[in-house]
Design a protein. Sequence first.
Length: 149
Amino acid sequence: MTTFKSVAQQIAEFQATPLAEKKPRTKPKRIEDKIHVSIAKALKAILPTSVVWWSNESRGVGFKEGSRRKARGVKAGVPDMEFHFRGVRSPHLTAVFIELKRPGGETSNEQDEMLARLREAGAVVHVCHSLDEVLEALEGAGCPMMTRL
């Protein structure tokens, strides 16, 4: 006969287990996701509605979904964030692409290739590791802002 432990019993046993016996986390902490979310929240407060921007989701999703996305034209290496605006110094539409990385993080070969293609097409492209770097990149491109945190 199988007996089931209550959640409280499982928690008590886990807490009583020495650290050396506890299982390590199987999922890595998604530091980049946390940075991305905090930057997106700040940008909602800083950028006027005349700046059109969004985040691109390109996380690995397995072979089947990857094949579907590829068939629809989804490209590898597309930067995390995309901004379009008429700059404060120019009436022309400006496109800025930002690849977000955790501190110490580096771009992949696919990302390097895409960033180079975007630069060749005339886009402003940056790799940023923090909100301050994102804001510097946008200010440098002439992006209008309501305020600066």
